[in-house]
Ligand binder design. Structure first.
Ligand code: NAP
Length: 683
């Protein structure tokens, strides 16, 4: 089978046969891949001129809808993906991380975007910045979609998740992707892309695929394009230095090698649950995906006194692992992806053995179940013990991208931190400790050098997602050797694909540009109570100015009796007078917002379905008996829930006193029907 690239809306075969891709267990030919003859300048143009406009025409919520539909569709095809995934050397549970993990990431991004992004094209970032005394000139940061292509260069180890975890945030941001999977496992990515294309869910040009090399694509990148690279530090360094990347300041994100540490804290000695959890985690990380995970544990840092116990416990755990063709019954660890990769790992093990002793793993005499012993890329789990880790080099610099880890003894928590930091920047470190203070000290010491830190104790272990799992809501990436990049992290990951721009001008201009009413903008009198206006007819700036209400001592006392809040500042003139903030008896803040609702609410049945909270509530100035309060309520943000028949409306709300001083400020969050008089079906 010759793999095809999906470029410019059509499947295209390379001009030559290209690289031969072999089954990791049997060495049989699976496919050939070549991108020779592909016009990469045209691929970029297709993304920019067809894919980008198609995606940018959709709102964040509509794009989230695409991701959800895609996730459902891929879920229906997943047995086909699992079957092919065996050929990469993955066991069924390895493939679960890749396939179900990838589909789950699409779902997670879709749901986060629905909850955390507006149903709009532009995202206002942070609060309005007042830049002038009278408030006629202000600033607002906004995020808009970049108008280029996202070039995704992925590693071989996760052909499905690796594509989907980058695709989800790019598409949400309105940026089309050109995906280039690592050639060794591109056949699985190609199959998934075929199912995506057949589904017709994505707009034209939103996704293109390159099976084979990227040819001269980098020569055609411009300042709106982005590159997101996953692979070796060596390749990242070369690509980052491409003259065109430098000339156009092309945004370049890299996830590269990582010497991740797992620390058995000084308190977690043999016999404690944390000791057992540590051993279990190290053994699992060594064998899942045959250790071919960027987040896998490479350094097991243990108290010197516990080193022998750790080695013995790991020997017992690793001794149970059955190595072989993942299609064979009972196999727990498959081969590496290719013989080349195995040769590379064996070379790294050679480096490590110059400074560490081999304690588990018979490189010549291990058993293989199924597969082809000669042509399959099998390797046993290999554990080393490095007694002088400070003097070592390979331990801290040479990533053996396979089932390989080294136990290294440390002397005290500071020493453990120093050894972990020798990785010069890593994706993840984990700490096994039942002592929160000790763990917190380790976290502080490790954090500047790591993108993620997992702390495991007996209380969270059962539900812990583990050392090696990057999660959609959390940042994946790390400083230094790990590439200096950051992916995912929820909506943070979407923003990497967008341009943040500071807009300065009058509040009315900022309202129009940011899609969010800015304080100081024109107030609009809609002619009726705004609560009578259905969602689609409400306009930003639609305002209600309420009448006044006199606040009395009786109000305060009745509110105190009703709620039980008899705090002295509300109840005792003498004690309130001694309070440096009040100088006398004051109304409850919660009474003010309740009284304000009494001033602004329109009670009759209508489009406002409910109030689901308040944002940014601040009590700015105390209100005393005898003060008169009034409210301004302005439609400030709208976000339609298209499938629900209502939208969210945030009302900018200000309570003022008789001197027009602001006493409280907040946003009232409501759900407003698209119908003037909703019936029971609309909500
Ligand atoms: P690699 O050789 O650097 O390849 C990574 C990707 O870059 C592949 O798609 C590869 O395509 C492509 N590539 C290579 N040369 C290129 C060029 N000149 N122009 C454009 N693309 C090019 O890495 P690998 O050895 O396959 O992967 C293993 C490494 O990846 C390990 O070191 C591991 O730590 C790292 N990794 C990191 C993460 C992370 O998230 N930090 C995740 C997984 C893996 P071809 O396959 O066609 O050569």
């Amino acid at each position: 089978m010759q793999l095809q690239s999906y470029i410019g809306g059509a499947w295209r075969r390379g001009r030559d046969r290209g690289a031969a891709l072999l089954d990791a267990s049997t060495g049989e030919l699976v496919a050939e891949a070549s991108s020779a003859g592909i016009d990469f300048a045209a691929a970029l143009d297709h993304a920019r001129e067809v894919g980008g406009p198609g995606l940018r025409a959709l709102t964040f919520h509509e794009r989230a809808g695409l991701l959800k539909a895609l996730a459902k569709r891929l879920g229906e095809c997943k047995e086909e993906f699992y079957a092919l995934s065996y050929r990469t050397g993955a066991t069924r549970s390895d493939s679960w991380i890749d396939i179900d993990g990838g589909i789950g990431t699409l779902f997670a991004f879709a749901s986060k975007a629905g909850r955390e992004l507006p149903n709009a094209h532009v995202l206002a970032d942070g609060a309005l910045e007042r830049l002038s005394k009278a408030g006629t000139f202000a600033g607002q940061h906004i995020y808009v979609s970049r108008e280029g292509a996202a070039v995704h260069i992925n590693a071989f180890n996760f052909p499905v998740w690796g594509m989907l975890e980058k695709l989800a945030p790019a598409l949400l941001a309105g940026v089309p992707a050109i995906v280039k999977p690592a050639t060794a496992t591109a056949y699985l990515t190609e199959l998934v892309v075929r199912r995506i294309v057949e589904s017709g869910i994505l707009p034209g040009g939103a996704l293109q695929l390159v099976c084979g090399s990227l040819g001269d694509l980098f020569d055609h990148l411009n300042c709106q394009d982005l590159v997101s690279f996953t692979g070796s530090a060596h390749t990242a360094a070369r690509l980052r230095a491409h003259p065109n990347v430098i000339r156009h300041s092309v945004r370049f994100v890299a996830e590269t090698d990582s010497l991740n540490s797992c620390i058995l804290a000084p308190d977690a000695l043999p016999g404690t649950p944390e000791f057992d959890l540590f051993v279990q985690e190290v053994a699992r990380e060594m064998t899942v995906k045959a250790g071919q995970k960027c987040t896998a544990i490479r350094k097991a840092l243990v108290p010197a006194a516990a080193a022998v116990d750790v080695v013995e416990a790991l020997r017992a755990a690793l001794g149970k692992v059955v190595i072989g063709d993942p299609r064979a019954q009972g196999v727990g660890m498959g081969p590496l992806v290719s013989l080349d990769q195995r040769a590379e790992v064996l070379a790294r093990i050679g480096d490590l053995r110059r400074e560490a002793g081999l304690v588990v793993g018979d490189l010549d005499g291990f058993e293989v179940r199924g597969g082809d012993r000669q042509r399959g890329a099998f390797l046993p789990p290999v554990l080393l013990l490095c007694r002088e880790p400070h003097a070592a080099r390979a331990l801290h610099e040479g990533e053996a991208f396979g089932p390989v880890a080294t136990v290294a003894p440390y002397r005290g928590a500071a020493d453990a931190i120093a050894l972990a930091r020798r990785g010069a920047g890593s994706l993840v470190a984990s700490v096994f400790s039942a002592d929160e203070e000790l763990a917190a000290g380790l976290v502080r010491g490790l954090a500047p050098y790591h993108g993620r830190i997992l702390v495991v104790n007996r209380h969270c272990a059962k539900e812990s997602t583990g050392h090696g799992s990057p999660l959609a809501p959390l940042v994946h990436g790390g400083p230094g050797r790990a590439g200096g990049g950051e992916e995912m992290g929820g909506i943070r990951g979407v923003l990497h694909y967008m341009q943040r721009t500071a807009v300065q001008g009058s509040p009315d201009v900022l309202t129009a540009a940011g899609g969010r009413w800015a304080r100081g903008s024109r107030l609009r009198d809609p002619g009726v109570h705004p609560f009578r206006i259905p969602f689609n007819d409400l306009e930003l700036g639609d305002t209600l100015q309420s009448g006044e209400r006199l606040v009395t001592v009786e109000d305060i006392e009745r509110f105190a009796m009703l709620t039980g809040d008899t705090f002295y500042a509300h109840m005792s003139e003498a004690e309130a007078a001694r309070n440096p903030l009040f100088g006398g008896r004051v109304a409850h803040g919660y009474f003010l917002i309740a009284a304000a609702a009494g001033l602004f609410v329109d009670p009759a049945y209508g489009p406002v379905l409910g109030n689901y909270g308040l944002n940014e509530l601040r009590f700015v100035k105390p209100v005393k008996p005898g003060d008169r309060i009034k409210v301004r309520l302005t439609c400030a943000e709208k976000s339609l829930r298209a499938d629900k028949g209502w939208g969210e409306v945030a009302w900018d709300t200000e309570i003022t006193n008789e001197l027009d001083e602001t006493v409280a400020s907040y946003q009232v969050l409501t759900m407003v029907s698209v119908h003037a008089v909703p019936d029971s079906q609309t909500s």
